[in-house]
Design a protein around this ligand. Structure first.
Ligand code: GAL
Length: 415
């Protein structure tokens, strides 16, 4: 053998020996966290990953609620080039698992006792058959009202505790020339508001029957008529430019006092905090009038990929995501509370405390319900069918009576 060939062979051997010994963790991470508060939150994970020797390739797909991200993901998987780690949640995790696309992360989960540190309600969404197939980052609450404290005080309004109070407060703001309700006219935001109204007006048992069990009687009930009535009332409180507006721009309207209220999940709190606003002083939080708690758990699933570097990246990410330091730092920015039960909430604000207390209390009386609008309750086909009706009603003069009939039909056709 010529000397150059021998040298080349030995170099190749050395390289492969080194790469066998030490695969550098790599991760291409697909997510939709691009607003101010969201970007700050996901940066915590990137920082921890890099600090442990990982190389992070960011793949943000803008669009609140993740519709655009889910479309981008499908295109990537269909072209045989799945990202390493993907922000998916709820039933979508199960859908990808059934397609054979997800990696088993049980080794990491078992080594770090996820079964002991996660509430059963959260853990059940992270398991596919009997393996762990996703890692949870948080627990978001959906059924919140956010308000600008100064705007409310100036107009002699306190945080509403009934829908009548909310409607009266909104009318008062309208008369004073303030936009009562900041809303972004995108289907997922209308779905988010609708489920909060459904829980508030109908209560947890009704919510469970209608939006989780898809019971035809509940879908066409008088209670559902009342839910659509309240949606129609809310439609009267939004400004003329609401169509297509991003949710964080709606939050910004409350932040800067252009609007009084927003009905949105507590990712909105992440925006207030990123703008250096203080809870209880600059902005107020309260659950929507009524009983119960709608949860929405964000998580990452690892897709089946080749290459030891990527597989090491997946293990490291899974470990960090459920690790106590990430769970704390991430959720302080994100507006949610940790998924782990053993992270002290001492440094968290009053809204986070209210969330944790209400969640525990609701769990005891079967009033803790999964978010349909954020994929935790039902499959995409069914939730899509409901959202189509909700958004068609909100953006037309459809009557509540027609809406419930359309709702029941759309759900029946989707089953
Ligand atoms: C939700 C997600 C939240 C937040 C929100 C707006 O679906 O669970 O974490 O990002 O969308 O983008």
């Amino acid at each position: 053998m010529k000397l150059t060939k021998i040298l080349a062979a030995s170099v190749a051997l050395t390289i492969s020996a080194t790469s066998l010994a030490k695969a550098e963790p790599q991760a291409e991470v697909l997510h939709w966290w691009t607003s101010g508060g969201e970007a700050k939150s996901v940066a915590v994970l990137q920082k921890e990953f890099n600090a442990r020797g990982g190389t992070w390739t960011d793949m943000p797909v803008a669009g609140g609620g993740g519709d655009a991200a889910r479309t981008a993901l499908r295109a990537r998987v269909l072209s045989g080039n799945a990202p390493t780690a993907v922000q998916i949640k709820g039933l979508v995790i199960q859908e990808w698992y059934e397609e054979g696309a997800l990696a088993d992360i049980s080794d990491v989960a078992n080594e770090h006792n996820w079964g002991d540190v996660l509430p059963a309600e959260v853990a059940r969404h992270m398991k596919c058959d009997d393996i762990w197939c996703a890692a949870p980052v948080n627990i978001h609450r959906v059924d919140w009202i956010w308000a600008n404290a100064k705007v409310l005080a100036e107009n002699g309004i306190s945080m509403p505790t009934t829908w009548d109070e909310f409607n009266a407060a909104a009318k008062k703001l309208q008369a004073a020339g303030v936009i009562p309700l900041a809303h972004g006219g995108q289907a997922w935001q209308e779905a988010t508001m609708f489920e909060a109204v459904a829980l508030g007006v109908g209560g947890p048992e009704f919510y469970q029957k209608a939006l989780v069990e898809l019971d035809p009687a509940a879908l066409t009930s008088n209670t559902m008529v009342k839910v659509f009535d309240q949606m129609r009332t809310l439609r009267g409180f939004v400004d003329d430019n609401f169509s297509g507006r991003d949710w964080n721009l709606a939050t910004a309207m409350v932040i800067n006092g252009e609007a009084g209220f927003q009905i949105m999940g507590d990712w909105a709190k992440g925006e207030f905090l990123a703008a250096n606003k203080r809870p209880g002083i600059d902005f107020l939080c309260a659950s929507v009038p009524g009983e119960g708690f709608i949860y929405n758990v964000d998580s990452f699933a690892m897709f089946k990929v080749d290459g030891r570097d990527k597989q090491e990246g997946q293990k490291l990410l899974a470990e960090l995501i459920v690790g106590p330091s990430f769970q704390k730092a991430f959720n302080l920015n994100k507006g949610s509370i940790p998924a782990r039960v053993d992270v002290p909430l001492d440094d968290f604000d009053q809204c986070a405390h209210l969330s944790a207390e209400d969640m525990a209390a609701s769990a005891k009386v079967e009033a803790l319900v999964p978010s349909y609008a954020h994929g935790m309750a039902i499959r995409s086909v069914q939730s899509g069918a409901i959202t189509d009706v909700v958004t068609a009603h909100f953006n037309s003069d459809m009557s509540s009576a027609d809406a419930v009939q359309m709702l029941a039909k759309a759900v029946a056709n989707s089953l």
